[in-house]
Design a protein around this ligand. Structure first.
Ligand code: 5GP
Length: 105
C-alpha cells in the first residue's frame, strides 16, 4: 500500500515542497519539532533503512547531497542535524524512508 508520502509525491494531497528532482522530494514537516523541520524523501517506495538494497546506494548518497544543498540554500549549513528513525510502529510512523533535517536557526 502506498504511503502518505507517495500521495504527496503524486500530488494527491498537498504539502509545502522545498525542493524536488527526478528521484527526491523535500517537504516541510506538517508537525515541526524545530524552527526548520524538513523531510528528505526518495520517490522510490522503500520502507526503512533496513530495506535498502545495493542498487539504492546512489539514491541514499543523493539524499545527503540534497540535505546539504537545502541547508545551504536556507543559510543554516552550520546549524542543522539529520536523522533517520528506524523502529517500526514507534519512532518511524510513516513507513516510507525519509531523512529528517532539523534546525533551530
Ligand atoms: P517518522 O516518525 O516516521 O520518522 O516521521 C514522520 C514525519 O512525517 C513526522 O514528523 C510527521 O509530522 C510527518 N508527517 C506525517 N504526515 C505528514 C503529511 O501528511 N505531511 C507532511 N508534510 N508531513 C507529515
Amino acid at each position: 500500500m502506498s504511503s502518505i508520502f507517495t500521495k504527496i509525491i503524486n500530488r494527491e494531497i498537498p504539502s509545502d515542497i522545498v525542493f524536488e528532482n527526478e528521484t527526491i522530494i523535500v517537504i516541510k514537516d506538517i508537525n515541526p519539532e524545530a524552527k526548520t523541520h524538513l523531510l528528505i524523501i526518495p520517490k522510490k517506495e522503500i520502507e526503512t533503512i533496513n530495506d535498502l538494497e545495493s542498487e539504492d546506494t546512489q539514491l541514499i548518497a543523493d539524499m545527503f547531497f540534497v540535505a546539504k544543498k537545502v541547508a545551504n540554500d536556507l543559510w543554516i549549513s552550520e546549524w542543522y542535524k539529520l536523522h533517520f528513525n528506524v523502529w517500526k510502529k514507534w519512532w518511524q510512523i510513516v513507513m516510507h524512508l525519509h531523512l529528517h533535517l532539523l534546525s533551530n536557526i
